[in-house]
Ligand binder design. Structure first.
Ligand code: BGC
Length: 272
């Protein structure tokens, strides 16, 4: 992934880090992963060689309103909790380019145009800080250590939560910020019809909701002809309730990572 000016400067600092920690090779494989969502902000140090959390994850409710300053303070608290001084990878639920947030479908609109990487670096005193889209991070975790390991061809990760997150891989390489959760379906945003939030809000049966997910996946199929679709988000734990109602052509699997996908993926992305 490309780096912002701030990130490039920080990357230079990271290149020198092994000098400081040369007597402890293991530390070079550790990053703090932070997953920023609409209800909670969660973090943990991650062993990027094994894709495993190195400590119990720490969660703080997302401040409301979730302005950049308030979220940055919370990110700072998470780094402080782990007494973290090293590299950080963080997710945001929007398009992220060079650390800058470009869309805000489910987050405070004041995020648009904010350089989140620089903001979080200031709030934590850590560098480098890398910020990427939450679904892209979840997809990276699945491709390296989860349901997509070793899978070539076109793999898509669809996260069904407050929104619909989407990550696209070809032969294991991510094409970032695809945002196909916002495909038009029946003249409306697919996210407002088939996300897990909509099922909760409307108290729909699994079968009724699965029909809309199925219709959505058919749209994805018509556009991308994926070889594998990985379904993530909290509902992936309940795959047995709705997978039987899905008829999509492509092979379908539930994500292996549950709540930890964003944390692990953010930490892994920091090293890419
Ligand atoms: C956002 C995406 C995000 C997804 C899941 C959508 O509303 O546009 O960037 O990945 O929600 O959080």
């Amino acid at each position: 992934m490309t780096s912002s000016g701030a990130h490039s400067e920080n990357s230079a600092a990271w290149n020198h880090a092994p000098l400081r920690i040369s007597n402890n090779d293991a530390m070079q494989n550790e990053r703090l992963g932070i997953d920023i969502g609409g209800t909670g902000i969660k973090g943990a140090p991650v062993d990027v060689k094994g894709g495993k959390l190195l400590a119990e994850r720490f969660r703080i409710d997302t401040p409301q309103p979730a302005t950049p300053e308030a979220v940055a303070d919370t990110v700072g608290e998470i780094a402080k909790h782990f007494d973290w001084k090293g590299p950080i990878g963080a997710t945001m639920p929007g398009v992220v380019k060079n650390g800058v947030i470009l869309t805000a479908a489910n987050i405070d609109k004041s995020w648009i145009g904010v350089d989140a990487a620089t903001l979080f670096a200031k709030a934590t005193g850590c560098n480098p800080v890398m910020v990427l889209n939450d679904a892209d991070a979840a997809g990276i975790a699945e491709m390296q250590f989860g349901a997509g390991v070793g899978r070539k061809g076109v793999v898509v990760m669809v996260t069904l939560g407050t929104g619909i997150g989407f990550a696209l891989f070809h032969d294991g390489v991510l094409m970032p910020n695809t945002e196909l959760g916002h495909l038009e379906m029946n003249g409306k945003d697919a996210e407002d019809q088939a996300s897990a939030r909509v099922r909760d809000e409307k108290d729909e049966s699994w079968r009724k909701w699965a029909k809309k997910v199925d219709e959505y996946l058919d749209h994805v199929d018509a556009l991308l002809w994926p070889d594998l679709i990985i379904i993530g988000g909290g509902v992936s734990k309940k795959a047995d309730k709705f997978f039987p109602h899905l008829t999509t052509r492509a092979e379908l699997v539930a994500a292996k990572f549950e709540n930890e996908a964003g944390i692990v993926g953010a930490a892994l992305a920091m090293g890419l």
